[in-house]
Design a protein around this ligand. Sequence first.
Ligand code: SF4
Length: 283
Amino acid sequence: MSAPTKEQKVKSVLTVYRNRDPVYGYRYVADPYSGCSQGCTYCPQQDQTVEISINAAEVLSRQLAKKPRETVGIGDKCDPYMTLEKHYLITHDLLQVLVVQGFPVHIVTRSTLVLRDRKILQEIATKSMAAVTFKFCSPSISVAKHLEPNAPSPIKRFSALSSLASKGITCGISISPILPFIGDDQKSLKQLVLAAKESGASYVLRAPLTLPSKLDKVFYAFLEKNYRELIQPYRFLYGKEGRVPESYWRPIDEMIETLAREQGLCTEAPYWTEVQSKQLSLF
Ligand code: SF4
């Protein structure tokens, strides 16, 4: 079932965070859509009306004009390559703005449609940095199909990653969200890290599933239907906070860190700023 959509003109498309995102590292965010039509079972954006910012490129061009150049994240609260993008090309137009104004980009997606924009990404990469992070919740085709019904299979995502990496675009994976008792076993995590390495990724990021109150009901309905035996363990683990405790997360976090380092992969997001780049060029 596809989400309802609404076209709108926005006054602002750029968000500037005070601090860098703890997982993806960017401070500037420019999302082409608000909401997402991909319908992942664990996502607070599912079932919301997707608002399509039809004038996003024009507004971004104006907003970036006086900003110092640093990495712009695309795909913070939506998938910028959801099916709608085939028709609207808003992500494509945002990238054109970044090329013209000389800004680096970090795209976060589960979709292979990003391949369509490889030439623009290559152009950005020659001037500063173009990074693409593919997200995965499991290496298993059937588990991924269950949880992310409208996203391409993990195999197709790795193949897209490989294609972009071979063209000089910085690529990595984010194992996110990690679902307790479904996608947190060592075998699955290792499979993802090895596939990332084989495909040409240079980094591995990760984040656990959170259950904000607006998602709670939908997610437990999903568990009831598909993983009934996990309802109690989830209630116990997530409590009222909607977050996993540190005692659960730390060993998983460390395991991924070790697996990634064994493969020579970085565990931090790529990042580019004009200031940093000028400093480096002095040495
Ligand atoms: S693709 Fe991303 S933003 Fe869209 S529903 Fe899935 S998790 Fe949410």
